[in-house]
Write a protein that binds this ligand. Sequence first.
Ligand code: URA
Length: 289
Amino acid sequence: MLEQKERYSLVQSVLARLQLDQGLGVTHVSLPPSATVPAALPKPASPAPQPPASHTTRVVVPPSRPVAPTPESPADNLSRFPMVPYYEPRPHPERASLLAPWRDLALTCQKCPPGKTRRHPVWGEGALDCQLMFVGEAPGADEDWHGRPFVGLSGKLLTDILEKGMHIPRQEVYITNVLKCRPPGNRTPTPEECRHCFPFLEKQIAVIQPRILVALGVVAAKSILDLGPDSRGLRGHWHNYHGIPLRVLYHPSYLLRQRKALREGGHSDADRETWEDVKEILRLREELS
Ligand code: URA
């Protein structure tokens, strides 16, 4: 049994820790098991990789701005907790400081309409010394709310592809988008918006220098490869972005729509094609390491 004095000092240190975390805007939450292993998705072939025991599950709450819900971003449809937990990636202070000024610029940029209507800009997250970098189109409602990329339903699927399919913990890769702000009403970003925002992604790729780039969906692929609007047949083979091999995957939200269309939630052709692409990415990753 603890002495009264020891109990008192224990309580004091817990209170101090909570105050510190509040000051930093960090909230500790215990996530229910269903938050990490979604019931609706196929069972993993082997247990999903777990982060090292030293990792604390932390949800970093982006600095909040009191913004009233708008018709374009109704707060009601959002998950208040991100569907994927946040694990602190390995730090890389040198690359982080190279990116910091660009990040600051992106977080305050209001050059195009999404910059004026978004709740939180979404810069990107993950390991700055990753082998694989995933690039989506633009933040959706959940991402706009949480200030993190791919944390809604499509983020849950992307995380499952990574962790259950590829056996790579999410925090081992880097995930970002072409656009750093959510387009109003989740519309597809215009080519002009992609052009405005592209220098941020360009800088991220130049600093991070991933071994392999993965474009999630055609909008990201066309933007990175600077292709015209009518380009077709982009997936199923390798592209080259300034010497970095680039593979195009179906966007996770397209995969979800295909599954929904199948109704029974089984595997669609798009799932099977994605699995072929994923195997090819894993093969090249193995070859390059
Ligand atoms: N769709 C995207 O393209 N990016 C996100 O971050 C979320 C959904």
